[in-house]
Design a protein. Structure first.
Length: 248
């Protein structure tokens, strides 16, 4: 059982601090997206204890959202969100809605729809080959207006460090989950250089991505969504404190 790989079958699965959905301190620490892998170290009737395969983040995940039997993912959702239909028609019943970053296994790629291994159909232009890379700033911009969710990592809800992590992943760059770890390891220090598109700016407990030399894209609880604001405004809101600037 130790080290067993489980795949998320739900649109997303919470990674919790304790195995209790109602616990005051059992908040969602992170999130696994559809198709991502959880490495289980301990198992009970309802919960798995372990770590996320992509970043090593530890916690508890409800077992009902995962499976031991799965095929490897072939594609990733690159739209903010996409619906999975029963048939290859937008008029057919919707089986599920998946967010940006979700991973799927395509059994048959059509001109308009991709048929997944479970029979669900997804609009083909909302998918990209899992090995393909894209500009991480452009990837982050797809998530503008996504609701802010503490611990969220995808198009159904996201937080500040989750936005940076998943955007960098689209460029083939692995990044830690939390801001304090990201600002020590992502890219190179650019604190003494003029700001430019793609700079990742860290504040106390917060982070965003520069879309040009003056404006920053970030998922934030002030607006409860992902949006673009002037860097000066966000810096002022953080009492003028910038803890790091990283350039990849």
């Amino acid at each position: 059982m130790t080290g067993a790989r489980w795949k998320v079958t739900a649109p997303a699965a919470c990674v919790r601090e304790v195995p209790d959905n109602e616990a005051l301190r059992g908040k969602m620490e992170s999130q696994l997206l559809h198709g991502e892998i959880f490495i289980a170290e301990e198992e009970t009737a309802e919960w798995l204890k372990g770590r996320c395969e992509h970043d090593g983040y530890a916690g508890y995940v409800e077992k009902k959202y995962l499976t031991r039997e799965f095929a490897n993912a072939t594609h990733v959702v690159t739209a903010q969100r996409t619906d999975g239909y029963r048939d290859a028609s937008i008029k057919s019943p919707i089986r599920a809605t998946l967010g940006f970053g979700s991973q799927v296994t395509v059994a048959e790629m059509g001109e308009k729809f991709a048929k997944l291994d479970d029979g669900t159909h997804i609009y083909a232009r909302h998918l990209s080959d899992i090995s393909a890379k894209e500009d991480f700033v452009a990837a982050a911009e797809k998530l503008i207006e996504t609701p802010y969710v503490w611990g969220g990592r995808g198009g159904l809800g996201i937080d500040c460090s989750g936005l940076v992590q998943i955007a960098l992943a689209r460029a083939g760059i692995n990044a830690p989950r939390d801001t304090e770890d990201q600002e020590k390891t992502v890219g190179q220090d650019a604190s003494d250089k003029p700001r430019q598109r793609g700079d990742i700016v860290y504040f106390p407990g917060h982070v965003g991505i520069m879309v040009d030399d003056k404006n920053i894209l970030h998922a934030n609880a002030t607006h409860m969504k992902t949006c673009v604001e002037p860097l000066d405004v966000v810096t002022k809101r953080s009492d003028g404190i910038v803890t790091a600037v990283r350039r990849v």
